[in-house]
Design a binder for this molecule. Structure first.
Ligand SMILES: *[C@@H]1O[C@H](CO)[C@@H](O)[C@H](O)[C@H]1NC(C)=O
Ligand SMILES: *[C@@H]1O[C@H](CO)[C@@H](O)[C@H](O)[C@H]1NC(C)=O
Length: 114
């Protein structure tokens, strides 16, 4: 009797663990929602960060998120004062890299929320 209870408790724990893992994946995939996606493979809205920033609204009253997929972007990023509430979100420290000069490297997560 006690043994049966233990084994079903174990099963429940495993099921919960799997459920948690799935929830976590869905969570990190979906939040935050992105308004624009930059991807070098052409599967996003833009292939360059410069164009995505240009397309972002001026003086936005709400948060505007630009997701930048993994890749090395050789761009001189200029974000004007009019690009307010703009957040650039990379795919991680080692996967989204912006270089604009030899030896200069920016690993983003940049936020312009002033
Ligand atoms: C933002 O302002 C700049 C300069 O004033 C303008 O050239 C650009 O088209 C505007 N962008 C948008 C998305 O409204
Ligand atoms: C930025 O967005 C917030 C809402 O998320 C808004 O309250 C705030 O006024 C915005 N900032 C600017 C400068 O528009």
């Amino acid at each position: 009797m006690a043994k049966k209870l233990t084994s079903s408790t174990k099963e429940l724990m495993i099921a919960l663990g799997i459920l948690l893992a799935i929830t976590w994946t869905a969570h990190s995939d979906k939040i935050p929602d992105f308004d624009l996606i930059v991807a070098q493979d052409g599967l996003g809205d833009f292939t360059t960060i410069t164009n995505a920033i240009f397309a972002a609204p001026n003086f936005s009253l709400t948060q505007y998120h630009i997701k930048i997929r993994a890749g090395t972007y050789k761009e001189n990023i200029v974000i004007g004062r009019e690009k307010q509430n703009l957040t650039l979100i990379g795919d991680g420290m080692d996967s989204t890299i912006i270089t604009w000069r030899k030896g200069c490297k920016l690993d983003i997560s940049y936020s312009n929320s002033r």
